[in-house]
Design a protein around this ligand. Structure first.
Ligand SMILES: Cc1ncc(COP(=O)(O)O)c(C=O)c1O
Length: 396
């Protein structure tokens, strides 16, 4: 065997079709049809329909939270929450996250304050937060990444000591627990994403969870874009309603959560057994949780030890039809509008920058078989073995 066995250098790709990193959960067409027949029979398609109500009820039970308020996506949920919590001035959050975390803050007329992350856990660096709090900061947004948690109990202590509010972007963390308590119960509120790539999918959707009755009333008043019977004082309304079609899929996805979680966990351990034997690769364990959904498979590539850069490895994998991604790249402090409007962060987040250049995501989820994982790990092991040759051929 030599480097001509790689698709990048002319061989047939390992996979016939592209294998994306995302979960792409979808119920069988039989279940889908049966559930949708009910929607057509009832002719109730939207506005707190019976499936929507059932979903909220079941989510509350599953998470052990008082209020689960379903929305059309997590981005709108985060935007609504900033208003409902009456935040002012600035909000601290990591720059190593999806753009929506920061955009929700700017949509609410607030300024993001970017905090660096911990290189081991990839979560916000708790020790860096205190120095960022000034009189204009009204809240901290923790982001629970990769089916892990950003230490919500320690964050609550920092927030309480400094008199700021705390809430969470938990888009990645549905079904995870911290010391046995479900994520969804921490801070003032937490927001889950039910996007098609998430372990709980409504194709598009999300949910705001809170144990605060007043906040729940405010959120339910903001959500529908029309007046409720008992109006409460809110800044503005949105249309963030979840349709019956979305709720139907989310209900089936919730039913399948145990099976999908188990499948992810098995794949994670399969990857771990193979990848940890390759020098220069570090598989990230979901941090700080007692139970994880294992929704993401994330590695760090040490270019010197592995022999090739993260980006070269991605090129090799993509040629084999493994759609690995450098997620998140670049850090939000280097994206518009923040790079222009908040240039003070360009040189102040060394861990975020280092991670953005070394982090790689590999496929995991309902569509990924154990055999696919074996093949992917084999490609990566061969890439490491032939790293010097690949580099010199690629540089020509
Ligand atoms: C960390 C994080 N926050 C927020 C979102 C936004 O979720 P949605 O697509 O449901 O708006 C995502 C989406 O992937 C995400 O990864």
């Amino acid at each position: 065997m030599n480097i001509t066995s790689f698709a990048l250098f002319g061989a047939k790709p390992t996979f016939d079709k592209p294998l994306p990193i995302g979960q792409l959960y979808f119920p069988s067409s039989e279940r889908y049809e049966a559930k949708f027949r009910g929607i057509f029979e009832r002719q109730y398609y939207n506005n707190n329909g019976p499936l929507h109500e059932e979903l909220e009820e079941k989510l509350q039970q599953f998470l052990g939270v008082k209020h689960a308020i379903c929305v059309s996506n997590a981005t709108l949920g985060l935007m609504m929450l900033a208003d409902a919590m009456e935040l002012t001035g600035k909000v601290i959050l990591p720059a190593f996250t999806f753009a929506a975390s920061a955009h929700s803050v700017t949509w609410a007329g607030l300024e993001p304050v970017f905090c660096d992350i911990n290189l081991d856990t990839h979560q916000i660096d708790i020790n860096a937060i205190d120095a960022l709090i000034d009189k204009d900061v009204s809240a901290i947004m923790g982001v629970n990444l990769w089916g892990g948690a950003c230490n919500p109990k320690a964050l609550a202590e920092v927030a309480a000591a400094r008199g700021v509010k705390l809430y969470f972007d938990s888009a990645h963390a549905f079904g995870c627990t911290v010391d046995g308590t479900s994520i969804g119960n921490f801070g003032c509120a937490e927001v889950f994403s039910f996007h098609a790539t998430k372990i709980l999918s409504a194709t598009e959707g999300g949910c705001i969870c809170t144990n605060d009755d007043d906040l729940a009333v405010r959120l339910r008043s903001i959500r529908p874009s029309y007046s409720l019977d008992h109006p409460v004082s809110i800044v503005r309304v949105a249309n963030a309603r979840m349709s019956e079609a979305q709720a139907a899929i989310a209900l089936m996805s919730l039913e399948d959560f145990p099976e999908n979680q188990k499948n992810n966990e098995t794949l994670y351990h399969l990857y771990a057994g193979k990848l940890n034997a390759i020098s220069g690769l570090r598989l990230i364990r979901p941090a700080g949780v007692s139970f994880s959904n294992y929704q993401y498979l994330v590695c760090q590539v040490d270019e010197r030890e592995f022999g090739l850069s993260r980006d070269m490895l991605i090129d090799i994998l993509k040629a084999e039809n493994v759609i690995a991604r450098r997620y998140f790249y670049p850090g939000l402090h280097r994206c518009l509008p923040y790079a222009q409007e908040l240039p003070q962060y360009l040189d102040s987040l060394p861990n975020t920058d280092s991670l953005c250049s070394s982090c790689i995501q590999l496929p995991i989820g309902a569509l990924v078989s154990a055999q696919s994982v074996e093949h992917i790990c084999d490609i990566i092991a061969r890439t490491h073995q032939y790293a010097a040759e690949i580099r010199s051929r690629h540089e020509k």
